[in-house]
Design a protein around this ligand. Structure first.
Ligand code: SDX
Length: 431
């Protein structure tokens, strides 16, 4: 197998050979590091369509085949046999845990689920109608003010405890943002619950009544967290890596990931899908919205459809779609009109050449909101759910990057097409 790529510069006649690097799966990459030094050129790839920003052993995606592997394990097998705690351990530690390792990891996480009492004061600064993602960005970013004892990122022990604290506290911070929005008292975590169970408990229990956790809801949420835990170098994970490359503390890096995830083109799509389904309202309106999605002059997009990598069905969407039937019927929502509408919308789109020719399939966000809705989670909390799960992936990638011996600050270049050099003109001489 050739291990290099030869570039010929037609302007100078120079020829350089760039080493070809091969991974475990996926296309080889050629190392462009010498390009500027030897040819005086930058590469140009807005949106990173053909650019590998790093090497990583965490997650592999094959977009053409619809394959997703966490540390080599297929998402379908993890969805069927694993749990969020076990997947979190796998992503953070490169291998599936033994029972003793899993028990220890679970105990460690549960010992950090509470937040500093003074952190609660932050919530009072937000109006009740503040979007929970805005609260999450602010509160998570402020955690670095409370944990000076674990921000030496070059100390592996500090990296580990910071990652564990982040994973442990996200549900507590998220549930508090929900309680603040409905004016109810915050509920302390209870470590006898599972990760997903604790979140449901902190969101939906009230001091005046006994709380009975619904095992169907707990299992559904745990599976959704497994499916959302990581996804290679997506926009928010790349944001966390870039923020981390400057040496910023891990809490600030995770806050930057939350901010990037919020966009409707990324994690904000799950909320946008439900709002879109509510706007479409009835199957009779589907043709109008399909036409709008195809109209370049109309800003409307079919939310939950399309993906930069998957040019096949998103394997996570397939799992959630199948889960919908089971969960909705077990939770008594089997006749949710929005689920029927989503199924019909998918059927129409997947038979329309516009979507087929562009390989636009449902992605992870197309069905997830219907499960959240059946669990009684309000629509503005959907992306918060995504952020809770993805904190594991962000932490795993942050740890991997910081642990790199050759780790350097990320500093992309540009193609400058602004004004040419010009001299300052005194204001009285300007026209
Ligand atoms: C996530 O990266 C990840 O891994 C992300 C994620 C993760 O786990 O981290 O998987 C989570 O973010 C999933 C994606 C959620 N976003 C949405 O569902 C929003 C709707 N989808 C699109 O905005 C879009 O498909 C993106 C943002 C997901 C992908 O954008 P790309 O790869 O830049 O594709 P593009 O915008 O260049 O579109 C290519 C063509 C265009 O038409 P032409 O110019 O070729 O005529 O497809 C069209 C687009 O107009 N198109 C759509 C469309 N998505 C793409 N047209 C209508 N509806 C859509 N949803």
């Amino acid at each position: 197998m050739p291990d290099r790529v030869t570039l010929t510069d037609s302007r100078s006649g120079k020829v350089i050979e760039l080493p070809l690097l091969h991974g475990t799966h996926g296309p080889p990459v050629f190392d462009m590091g010498r390009l500027y030094r030897e040819l005086g050129y930058f590469t140009y790839d807005p949106g990173f369509l053909s650019t590998a920003s790093c090497h990583s052993a965490v997650t592999f995606i094959d977009g053409e085949e619809g394959v997703l592997l966490y540390r080599g394990y297929p998402i379908e097998q993890l969805a069927e046999h694993s749990s969020f705690y076990e997947v979190a351990y796998l992503l953070m530690n490169e291998a599936l845990p033994t029972q003793a390792q899993l028990d220890n990891f679970t105990t460690l996480i549960s010992q950090h689920t509470m937040i500093n009492e003074s952190l609660k004061n932050f919530y009072r600064g937000f109006n009740h109608d503040a979007h929970p993602m805005a609260i999450m960005v602010g509160v998570v970013g402020s955690l670095s003010a409370f944990y000076h004892d674990s921000t030496d990122i070059h100390n592996p022990a500090h990296r580990e405890i910071a990652a564990l604290r982040m994973i442990a506290k996200m549900p507590t911070i998220a549930a508090a943002s929900y309680k603040h929005s409905i004016g109810e008292p915050f509920v302390y975590p209870r470590n006898s619950y599972s990760y997903a169970g604790n979140l449901l408990h902190m969101m939906f229990s009230v001091p005046s009544e006994e709380y009975e956790l619904d095992p169907v809801a707990e299992k559904a949420l745990d599976l959704i967290f497994v499916l959302h835990a990581d996804h290679e170098q997506n926009a928010s994970t790349s944001t966390v890596r870039l923020a981390g490359s400057s040496g910023a503390n891990p809490f600030a890096c995770i806050a930057s990931g939350i901010a990037a995830l919020w966009g409707p083109a990324h994690g904000g799509a799950n909320e946008a899908v439900l709002r879109m389904l509510e706007e479409i309202g009835d199957v009779s309106n589907i043709p109008t919205y399909i036409a709008r999605a195809k109209d370049k002059d109309d800003g409307f997009r079919l939310m939950g459809f399309g993906h930069r990598i998957y040019k096949n069905y998103d394997p996570r969407a397939r799992i959630i779609r199948n889960m919908c039937h089971e969960v909705l019927s077990e939770l008594g929502n089997e006749n949710d009109p929005l689920f029927e509408l989503a199924l019909r919308l998918e059927e129409v789109a997947l038979n329309d050449d516009y979507f087929v020719s562009r390989k636009l399939y449902p992605n992870v966000d197309f069905y997830s909101g219907l499960i959240y809705r059946a669990l009684g989670i309000p629509i503005n909390m959907y992306t918060v759910m995504f952020a809770i799960a993805r904190t594991v992936g962000w932490a795993a990638h942050w740890k991997e990057m910081i642990g790199e011996p050759q780790q350097r600050i990320g500093r992309p270049r540009q193609l400058y097409d602004g004004p040419a050099h010009r001299d300052y003109v005194a204001i009285e001489k300007r026209s």
